[in-house]
Every structure is written in structure tokens, then in C-alpha cells.
Design a protein around this ligand. Structure first.
Ligand code: MG
Length: 297
């Protein structure tokens, strides 16, 4: 392994979980800073109902004002056909749909059963592919669900196959509550590989709630996974406020990869500077460790 792709999710997954709503121009500056740090995939915003996620209610405005850089992709989250229409009208070229591998989280987050939610994306994905968009499929709670307990790897495999069969180009498998250890991640990745799901179709979306995110990423890199979601400063709590430890911090992952001689294309100092700036914008200390260490020096 010589290179991994990091998908930066802070402008969407990060900011949607923050209590403070940032102005559009601050979000645009964040995206610019992330591109200047070397990011080539930056999840820009979300076209979910603005009432559900007021922090990202400026999705149209943001996407229209975004100055696209050559070689950088800016996926946006799309919940349904209405969201797809809005995203297309605003010039989106990359979308992501989101489902859950567990039943309770699907009902709480999407108001539908797991199977209804997944099947409900068939038309969205089909229309997006017709429009030549790239489509990513998020699958949450792939290790365990706070209400249902452990998620069976077979169930994740089944959900993954359905999303790929629909036309998703890539799956982002989320340990949304962050309970997973390398033991469970290994079992899951083996189940996916045994089911002939290609490793280059899989991204991991890790949360650091229990301090396991980097260990899980390291194991997955060793097992041949090459795409990881991360968020500058570690912003983006899990949807459970009390244990909101956040996403795997981009600069923490980059620091580890630098030490392993694995290319990410990212500049760790620029990420640390962006984390410090983001901390000021959000008015709180951010959980990422590497930025805190570098910025203290
Ligand atoms: Mg997340």
C-alpha cells in the first residue's frame, strides 16, 4: 500500500452536527482551505430538508457560489428525488445517498425501515446515473446500533450488495457510534471480501467515540482498504449528543500515514491550521489530537 484516498466530510457531516450555524462564506472558506491542504474529494453540503438540518439550509447558495477547482470533486448528500432535483439544479456532479444497516437507526434517522430506506433509493440512483453523476452510498451502524446491539456482518453484506446492484459507485461503511474495535472491523471486512465485494468499492467512515478510529483505520489499511472518510479537527459528533466524540480527525489519519510512508496528498500543517481556525469559528475546542499537539508547539 502506497497511497490512500481521504474523503473530507467536515463541511457536511461535521457542520450538520454543530450547534452553531456558520455563514455560507465561512463554509466556502473552509472548503477552499481543505482544497489548499490537498483534498481532492470534499463533501460540500446536504440537500436534506432544511428544517431537519438548518445548519446546511444554504445548500443551493453554497453550491452555486463554490469555485470548483480542477481535479477536486464536491459530493453532496441527497435524501430522495426532491433532494436530487435540488442538487441537480444547483449544479451537483457527485451525490451520496444514506441508509442504515440497522433497523432502529434507520427508523429514528430516516423514518423508514432499513429495507424501505434502501429500496427507496433505487429511482434516485438510477436517475443520478442517467445524469452521469457519481453516486456514493452511505451505510450507517455497520458494527453496532445503540438500540439494536451488534449488527450482523451478513446483514451489512446484504445491504452493501443491494446498494451496489442499484448502481452506487462506492460504499461508505460507517461505524457511526464508534464502538468498533479492530476485531469487529476485521470480521466485517472479511465477510465483505468473502462475498466478493471489491475492496476498491469500500470506504470506511470511522468515529472516535471510544478512541478506536485510528486503530481501525490502520487495520483496514493493512487489509487493503484504500478510501477513508475523515473530518478536519474531528468535527461532527455522532447523532448522540452525550457521546459526541466526532469523526476520525483528518490530520490524525494523515499524521499516521506520513509515518507509515503512505501518501495522502495532504499537508498536515495546513490541516492543523484549518483545525485551529475552525475551532475559532465554532467557538469550541476540537477533539483532533494532532492539530492540538502541532498548534501548541
Ligand atoms: Mg460521521
Amino acid at each position: 500500500m502506497t497511497r490512500i484516498q481521504i474523503v473530507e466530510v467536515s463541511p457536511r457531516d461535521g457542520l450538520q452536527a454543530e450547534s452553531r450555524t456558520l455563514p455560507t462564506e465561512t463554509k466556502l472558506e473552509l472548503i477552499t482551505r481543505l482544497a489548499e491542504a490537498g483534498h481532492t474529494v470534499i463533501e460540500a453540503t446536504s440537500f436534506v430538508n432544511p428544517k431537519a438540518v438548518p445548519q446546511l439550509a444554504d445548500a443551493e447558495e453554497l453550491l452555486r457560489a463554490l469555485k470548483r477547482r480542477p481535479g477536486v470533486r464536491y459530493p453532496v448528500l441527497v435524501p430522495n428525488e426532491k433532494g436530487l432535483d435540488r442538487a441537480l439544479a444547483a449544479g451537483a456532479e457527485d451525490i451520496a445517498v444514506f441508509a442504515s444497516a440497522s433497523e432502529s437507526y434507520s427508523r429514528k434517522n430516516l423514518n423508514r425501515s432499513r429495507d424501505e430506506a434502501i429500496d427507496g433509493y433505487r429511482e434516485v440512483v438510477s436517475r443520478a446515473k442517467d445524469a452521469r453523476l457519481r453516486v456514493r452510498g452511505y451505510l450507517s451502524m455497520v458494527i453496532a446500533d445503540p438500540w439494536d446491539g451488534p449488527t450482523k456482518p451478513d446483514v451489512v453484506v446484504e445491504c452493501a450488495k443491494r446498494l451496489l446492484a442499484m448502481g452506487c459507485d462506492e460504499l461508505s461503511l460507517g461505524d457511526t457510534s464508534g464502538v468498533g474495535t479492530p476485531g469487529e472491523v476485521r470480521t466485517l471486512l472479511n465477510a465483505l471480501t468473502d462475498a466478493a465485494i471489491a475492496k476498491d468499492k469500500i470506504a470506511l467512515h470511522l468515529h472516535d467515540t471510544y478512541g478506536q478510529a485510528l486503530a481501525n483505520a490502520y487495520l483496514a489499511i493493512e487489509m487493503g482498504i484504500t478510501t477513508f472518510d475523515a473530518s478536519v479537527g474531528g468535527i461532527g459528533g455522532s447523532p448522540f449528543a452525550k457521546m459526541a466524540a466526532g469523526n476520525l480527525a483528518t490530520e490524525d489519519l494523515v499524521w499516521m500515514c506520513d509515518g507509515l510512508g503512505i501518501e495522502t496528498g495532504l499537508h498536515v500543517e495546513r490541516l492543523a491550521a484549518t483545525s485551529a481556525w475552525m475551532s475559532q469559528q465554532l467557538g469550541r475546542e476540537l477533539p483532533g489530537r494532532v492539530a492540538r499537539a502541532l498548534n501548541a508547539g
